[in-house]
Design a protein around this ligand. Structure first.
Ligand code: HEM
Length: 149
């Protein structure tokens, strides 16, 4: 039985189920990453700043607590598939970053990639195609939402 193409499954229903599996996978990988590595904040920012020295300049004086809160909010957004450009928090946060912190929109892809790659590194052999697809899809959608703010 080819479930993916089963005619009685209306496309929107299938998409909802599929999106649910992907967001479950993001939560699941983050949980496993937390069990294995604990706080990944230092590793994420190390990777982010290595790719993006301009971001390091902007955050050179930010303390660990601040960076931890920023990472926690980012994880919340990734887990919330309803977070979109219509989401008040996302709109406020992006505008605030651009206007008050002089953040460029081009810095978001490398920050999200640093988080994704850190989780992938921690999971090692357990990071496969399904995990990569779930993360890459959600990151692409979130970046579209950020650009649309
Ligand atoms: C979806 C992505 C992001 C989210 C949700 C987010 C969230 C946050 C939050 C919640 C804070 C305030 C933390 C606090 O004081 O409690 C913050 C501060 C800040 N963020 Fe982000 N951020 C994101 C991406 C970025 C990126 C890509 C940059 C680029 C460098 C950046 C630069 C900064 C700076 C410069 C501050 C202020 C630091 C300070 O006052 O010490 N953020 N961010």
């Amino acid at each position: 039985m080819d479930w993916q193409h089963a005619s009685f499954l209306a496309a929107p229903l299938w998409k909802t189920i599929y999106a649910k599996d992907m967001s479950d996978l993001i939560v699941d990988t983050l949980e496993r990453c937390g069990e294995r590595a604990g706080d990944i904040s230092a590793a994420v920012y190390r990777s982010f700043f290595a790719e993006n020295p301009e971001a390091l300049e902007l955050m050179a004086h930010s303390d660990e607590g601040m960076k931890g809160r920023m990472l926690a909010q980012t994880i919340e957004l990734l887990m919330d598939e309803d977070a979109g450009s219509t989401n008040d928090y996302l709109r406020w946060e992006v505008n605030n970053h651009v206007n008050a912190y002089a953040v460029h929109l081009e810095m978001y892809p490398s920050f999200l990639a640093a988080l994704r790659n850190t989780v992938a590194d921690v999971l090692g052999d357990e990071w496969g195609e399904a995990e990569a697809l779930a993360w890459d899809t959600r990151i692409t959608n979130l970046l579209d939402e950020i650009k649309a703010v």
